[in-house]
Design a protein around this ligand. Sequence first.
Ligand code: URA
Length: 212
Amino acid sequence: MQKLLHDATTLAKLRDTLEDSFSALPLVASKAEVIPGEGPENAKVFFIGEAPGQQETIERRPFVGRSGKLFRKTLAEVGIDEKTVYITNIVKARPPENRDPSVEEILAYKPFLDKEIEILKPQLIVTLGRFSMAKFLPDVKISQVHGRLHKVKWNDVTQYVLPMYHPAAALRSTKMKESFVEDFGKIDKIIDWVGEQQQNRQFSEEVVAHLF
Ligand code: URA
């Protein structure tokens, strides 16, 4: 699998590798149960959720169930065309009863998520919920950092990360829904700012929380 992953230099090849690896992956009994990421290779914004649910498994697309509908509706409301962004999950198959993914499951799918990031080199990674947030920001509480831009060194690359609540949490609480929508409204401005930083090559290592 390592060699196949190494050679998977495009999203199409990575999707094939993911599907062909199904027998070595947890939570899946067939290729069809693996749900790959979705979006163009030149996407600037890269969303990471938790794991597919029932509807995602039926349609073989991330974020198309109840929380996915809120996610896609909010994107449209803030003027972002969903076809221009990349959408994926930390674990690419449905845990039974939609339980939380285990550490072993997260680790098993990690090489695929890492490769997606390596191929896309996104300007901004938006984490949806605490599991994907913990990949970049392991020691923080989502209630304290959501909507704040962070600059992290990750796999030797400077990466901008915007943690947000998961849409399922936004569906459960009016307060979280307000924060969720407000945080989405920052993405466009952040993308412009990150673009300027990259042009000016102003790469210092501080966390840029509180800027947005
Ligand atoms: N659908 C997904 O694809 N991911 C989630 O985290 C939730 C719903």
